[in-house]
Design a binder for this molecule. Structure first.
Ligand code: PEP
Ligand code: MG
Length: 328
């Protein structure tokens, strides 16, 4: 099997009935990008910028951030590169910025923290923009969005940084393109605000890890309730399907970048729901490509109809595994 998987490097990511998928990488370290990205992926769907922040003893300076982001963006200048703004808080603390809260996952996380500290946000956005001078592949993504007003405020800060960096670029004869701006769909509240969000962003990206946690009210890292944390729960599947259909109606490009995208069964169901862009850990890429090439969209749709009528995640998993076995 592994030989078969490796032998498909340069083959397109097409199902047997010619449905094309686009596979992207989730990264947090530059090595993850160097290793597999250039060969197999269509771009970077999620760069978790908090990881380089977590590995330091202090906030990286604007200059340090520019260097890091520049190296990443210029590795494959023709492929889209989605940088998520700092998503600390929750399970991702910074050693030099301690936060003590009773419910960190419901607390000061992601965009909530950076909008309260616009100086941190602006330094990061300016660094991303400076790093993108002369390139056009930067996309900026906002984590933990709950309300339209957060997006508007973040966009206002991004515009401010854009005009500052644009002036600078002009002086140096460099061109600065306006990045596409997108939001993570990972707080259930946004499922009821998709039309409003569609008017103010360029793309959506589903964070199925947090969406599962918040929909099911199950801490994604608590071993005691880990049996209850399941993206195959019927409510999660219904939510993912609803989002895909809405994004399609609203004509907003959509990616899914949670762990589910890197699971063979998840890929089949997501494809049937209408997702065409999946972003995953680099080590899942070739396996998922193989799954896509072995499957058929029509069969996946029949399977989706069947599992949407089920009540138990376990039943869903068994049925999906049966399908995966049948295709090899
Ligand atoms: C997610 O929540 O699904 C996601 C991709 O982001 P993270 O795992 O970094 O919270
Ligand atoms: Mg998340």
């Amino acid at each position: 099997l592994s030989e078969k998987i490796l032998a498909q490097d340069d083959l397109p990511t097409l199902t047997k009935d010619n449905c094309q998928l686009h596979l992207f990488v989730n990264a947090g370290l530059s090595a993850e990008i160097e290793n597999t990205y250039s060969n197999y992926a269509d771009g970077v769907g999620l760069f978790r910028t908090e990881i380089p922040f977590m590995m330091r003893q202090r906030f990286p300076t604007e200059k340090e951030q520019v260097e890091l982001y520049r190296a990443m963006l210029s590795a494959e200048p023709d492929k889209p590169f989605t940088m998520r703004t700092l998503d600390v808080g929750g399970d991702k603390p910074l050693p030099y910025f301690p936060i003590t809260e009773e419910n960190p996952f419901l607390g000061w996380r992601g965009i909530r923290l950076t909008l309260d500290h616009p100086e941190i946000f602006l330094v990061q956005i300016r660094a991303m923009l400076r790093a993108s001078i002369g390139l056009r592949n930067l996309q900026i993504m906002l984590p933990m969005i709950t309300s339209v007003s957060e997006v508007l405020e973040a966009k206002r800060l991004i515009s401010q940084a854009f005009f500052e960096v644009k002036e600078e670029a002009k002086e140096k004869d460099g061109e600065l393109y306006h990045p596409q701006i997108g939001v993570m769909l990972e707080v259930p509240a946004v499922m009821y605000q998709l039309p409003q969000l569609a008017k103010i962003v360029d793309f959506f990206s589903v964070g199925s890890n947090d969406l599962t946690q918040y929909l099911l009210a199950v801490d994604r890292n608590n071993a005691r309730v880990s049996d209850l944390y399941d993206s195959y729960h019927p409510a999660v599947l219904a939510a993912l399907y609803h989002i895909a259909q809405q994004a399609n109606v609203l004509d907003v490009p959509i990616t899914l970048c949670g762990e589910l995208a890197g699971e063979p069964g998840g890929t089949i169901l997501l494809m049937a729901m209408g997702y065409r862009k999946l972003s995953m850990n680099s080590h899942s890429l070739l396996k998922i490509k193989w799954v896509v090439r072995s499957a058929s969209l029509n069969e996946a749709k029949v399977l989706l109809d069947e599992v949407l009528a089920m009540n138990e995640p376990k039943e869903v998993r068994e049925r999906v595994n049966l399908y995966l076995e049948s295709v090899g």
